[in-house]
Design a protein around this ligand. Structure first.
Ligand SMILES: *Cc1c(COP(=O)(O)O)cnc(C)c1O
Length: 430
C-alpha cells in the first residue's frame, strides 16, 4: 500500500508499509530471518555500498521485516521516514547522534521518563554531550536555556509518570525560532492519541516496547523524521550538511533532501552504533500495531473509570491524570489530545512509602513490573524502582515521590481492576 495519507488511521495501522510478499504472495509480512542479501553482481554491490541505490546489504543496517515496521510507524506519525532500533533508549541516542558533537547540549523537559533523566544527566556526558532541564510549561525558560551549543530540544507528549501533557506547539515555536529541531518522545501517547509532527515537532522517538507492541513481548525503538527541517540553514549540523568522509564526501542533506536524517540514521547510525532491531522483534511489533487504535480506546476508557474511582476513595490522597477534570492539564489534554490522555497515571496513597509497598504486594490482577503499555494492568512504586537513581528533588519534579505509585491501565474489565485495587488498598491502609 503506497498512498498512505488518503487512508484513515485504522486502515493504515494494518496496511501501511506492507504488501504481499513478492516471492510467495504471503499476505502477512514474513519474518526475513537473514543476516545478508545476495548481490545481483559486483556493480550492484558497489552501487549499494556507495548509497547510489537503495537495497539490502546486511541486517545490521536494513532488513525487509524491519523496513515494513519503519514505514508503518513513519506513516502513522505523518513522517517521511523512520529508523527502528533495539530499544527506546537506543532510539534516543540514535536521534541525538546526527545532531550532537562533544561540547553540545540538549535542552530537555524536567518531566521525562526516569530512565531518560538518567541517560541525559549522566550517561551522555561520556560522549561530551550534556542536557539542561527546564520546565516546559514556561516556553520563555526554554528559549532562555537554548544557547550557541544547543542542538536539540527534547520533551515527551504525555509525560510518564506525572500526569503531564506537553503543549507541543508552544515549544516547537521556541525551537523553530532558535533554528534547532524539537524531538518528542511519543511513547506514552502513541500516534493514535498525539501526532507531534502535526504540532510542529521535527523528530519523534518511540519505545516500541510499550503500546505500539502492546503485549510486553519485545523491546524496540524508533526514530521518525518529519523531513521538514532545513539541516543546511546553518552550520550547526555538519553531519547532515557537510561532506561525509566515510562516503567519499557525500553531503546527506544535499543528496537525500527530506530523507537525509533517515538515511544518515541507517548509513552511519546503525552501521557504526549497531543498535539494530531484529526481525523477530519487528514482527511482534507489527502484530501489535494492527490493533493500536482499538487498544488505545480501551486503555483510555478504563483509565478514566479507574482514575475517577480512585479520586473519590478516602485512602487515596490524589490522582494525577490529565483525563480527570480536576487535573491542571485537563483543558490542554482536551484541546491537543482529543482521543484521551492515555492509560498511565499516578496516585498517592495515604500512608506513604509503607502503604505503597503493601499495596503492590496485595494486588492480584495488576502485576508489579518495570514496564508500561501492556494489554495487562501494571503497577510500579517508582520511588523504590524506576526513579530510585534520581535525587529526591528529581523524584518530586517527575511526580514520583515516596508515597506515589504509577499504574499502566490495561484493557481488562474496568470493574475487575477497581475491585482488585479496592481489596489491595484495604490491605495497605487497614
Ligand atoms: C520505556 C520508555 C523509554 C525507554 O524505552 P526502552 O524500550 O525501555 O529502552 C523511553 N521513554 C519512555 C516514555 C518510555 O516509557
Amino acid at each position: 500500500m503506497t498512498d498512505g495519507p488518503t487512508y484513515g488511521f485504522d486502515t493504515l495501522q494494518i496496511h501501511a508499509g506492507a504488501r504481499p510478499d513478492p516471492a510467495t504472495g504471503a499476505r502477512q509480512t514474513p519474518i526475513y530471518q537473514t543476516t545478508a542479501y545476495v548481490f545481483r553482481d559486483a556493480d550492484h554491490a558497489a552501487a549499494l555500498f556507495n548509497l547510489q541505490e537503495v537495497g539490502y546489504i546486511y541486517s545490521r543496517l536494513t532488513n525487509p521485516t524491519v523496513a515494513v515496521l519503519q514505514e508503518r510507524v513513519a506513516t502513522l506519525e505523518g513522517g517521511v521516514g523512520a529508523v527502528c532500533c533495539s530499544s527506546g533508549h537506543a532510539a534516543q541516542i540514535m536521534a541525538l547522534f546526527p545532531l550532537m558533537e562533544p561540547g553540545r547540549n540538549v535542552v530537555a523537559s524536567t518531566r521525562l521518563y526516569g530512565g531518560t533523566v538518567t541517560q541525559f544527566s549522566q550517561t551522555i556526558k561520556r560522549f561530551g554531550w550534556s542536557a539542561k532541564f527546564v520546565d516546559f510549561d514556561d516556553p520563555k525558560a526554554v528559549a532562555d536555556a537554548i544557547d550557541e551549543d544547543t542542538r536539540a530540544v527534547f520533551g515527551e507528549s504525555i509525560a510518564n509518570p506525572g500526569g503531564y501533557v506537553t503543549d507541543i506547539r508552544s515549544i516547537a515555536d521556541v525551537a523553530d525560532a532558535a533554528g534547532v529541531p524539537l524531538i518528542i518522545d511519543n511513547t506514552s501517547a502513541t500516534p493514535y492519541l498525539c501526532r507531534p509532527i502535526e504540532q510542529g515537532a521535527t523528530l519523534v522517538v518511540h519505545s516500541t516496547t510499550k503500546y505500539l507492541t502492546g503485549n510486553g513481548t519485545v523491546t524496540g525503538g524508533c526514530v521518525v523524521d518529519s523531513g521538514t527541517f532545513d539541516w543546511s540553514a546553518s552550520d550547526k549540523f555538519p553531519s547532515l550538511s557537510a561532506p561525509e568522509p566515510a562516503y567519499h564526501g557525500l553531503r546527506f542533506h544535499e543528496t537525500f533532501g527530506g530523507l537525509a536524517y533517515t538515511f544518515h540514521g541507517i548509513a552511519i547510525g546503525l552501521r557504526d552504533l549497531g543498535m539494530t532491531m531484529n526481525p523477530q522483534a519487528a514482527h511482534y511489533t507489527l502484530m501489535g500495531i494492527e490493533t493500536l487504535s482499538l487498544r488505545m480506546q480501551r486503555h483510555v476508557e478504563n483509565a478514566e473509570k479507574v482514575a475517577a474511582w480512585l479520586e473519590k476513595d478516602d485512602r487515596v490522597d490524589y490522582v494525577t491524570y490529565a483525563g480527570l477534570p480536576s487535573s491542571p492539564y485537563h483543558d490542554r489534554a482536551k484541546k491537543h489530545y482529543p482521543h484521551g490522555a492515555g492509560g498511565l497515571f499516578t496516585f498517592a496513597v495515604k500512608g506513604g512509602y509503607d502503604a505503597c509497598v503493601k499495596l503492590v504486594n496485595s494486588l492480584e490482577i495488576f502485576s508489579h513490573v518495570a514496564n508500561l503499555g501492556d494489554a495487562r494492568s501494571l503497577i510500579i512504586h517508582s520511588a523504590s524502582t524506576t526513579h530510585r537513581q534520581l535525587t529526591p528533588e528529581q523524584q518530586e519534579a517527575a511526580g514520583a515521590g515516596p508515597g506515589v505509585v504509577r499504574v499502566s491501565i490495561g484493557i481488562e474489565d474496568a470493574d475487575d481492576l477497581i475491585a482488585d485495587l479496592d481489596k489491595a488498598l484495604a490491605a495497605a491502609c487497614g
